[in-house]
Design a protein around this ligand. Structure first.
Ligand SMILES: [Zn+2]
Length: 266
């Protein structure tokens, strides 16, 4: 626990943030009552019990800083070190070539679909569902890790793509997908080109989760879901080589590692 050097505040009334975090981590801190905080150029919205949340990107090297303005006008800067991680390379064979190197009309469609997903991630709702301990949406073998450098093998040649933005869990087609925490459904579309059946759940203050390649979607935009509620079923729609759930987490547009939010798999 790192205490801000503030002589003005008494014990228990200080900012409390982790001293070090991992690349890809969701970070939750506590502010003194009435204080405000800024991180990465953004004013953090504060929960009724003085929590703030933000995400640390895969390529962030740190140290990062949270600027705090206390009620009495006192300013603090909290520095947090970022623990670097190793990002393995994953070579993937067997996806349809058009999903890796799409023709222009398909590329245009993908761009439009991704813009809708990006828009859904801009919400800053005054809800605090992200404070729940996240639960596994499905349980099974992790077949793809967050952050790995992806290389698709198409017609015998390597096509490097952006890092894997989430975690893949290999489970049979039709396995029920459960909401890892409560929230509001902000996106639900059965037919995106790359990601297939796609659902986004907003957990408040910019934190959202996404579930891709689903074979069935049981929720619609605007639905409130409870932690553990079934939102659909696992599939292999979009760019996928077999049935699996892709589970991604975001803080606004910063992609986070879901594995850092849940207990280790059984
Ligand atoms: Zn994936």
């Amino acid at each position: 626990m790192m205490l801000a050097a503030s002589l003005a505040s008494g014990a228990g009334n200080r900012a409390d943030f982790p001293t070090s975090v991992s690349q890809g981590a969701l970070v939750i801190g506590t502010l003194p009552p009435g204080a405000h905080a800024r991180y990465a150029g953004r004013d953090l919205s504060v929960t009724p019990d003085n929590h703030v949340v933000f995400g640390v990107g895969r390529d962030e090297t740190g140290p990062i800083a949270v600027d705090i303005a206390e009620r009495d006008g006192h300013h603090d800067r909290i520095e947090i070190t970022v623990t670097p991680r190793d990002w393995p390379v994953e070579r993937i064979e067997g996806v349809p070539p058009a999903t890796v190197e799409p023709p222009p009309d398909i590329a245009e469609r993908i761009k439009k679909e991704q813009a809708r997903v990006v828009a859904a991630r801009q919400r800053d709702d005054a809800r605090d569902d992200f404070l729940e301990t996240f639960a596994w949406p499905v349980e099974g073998r992790i077949s793809g890790r967050f952050g790995s450098q992806r290389v698709y093998v198409v017609n015998g040649k390597d096509v490097p793509k952006s890092p894997h933005p989430g975690m893949d869990i290999a489970v049979p087609q039709g396995t029920p997908v459960k909401a890892p925490a409560s929230g509001i459904v902000t996106f639900a579309d059965a037919g995106l080109y790359l990601t297939g059946g796609t659902v986004l759940i907003d957990h408040g203050r910019g934190v959202s989760s996404n579930f891709l390649h689903m074979s069935r979607i049981d929720v619609k935009v605007g639905d409130h879901v409870e932690q553990g509620q079934v939102i659909g079923a696992v599939g292999m729609t979009g760019r996928a080589t077999g049935p699996h759930l892709h589970w991604g987490m975001n803080w606004f547009d910063v992609r986070l590692d879901p594995l850092l939010l849940v207990e280790p798999p059984r």
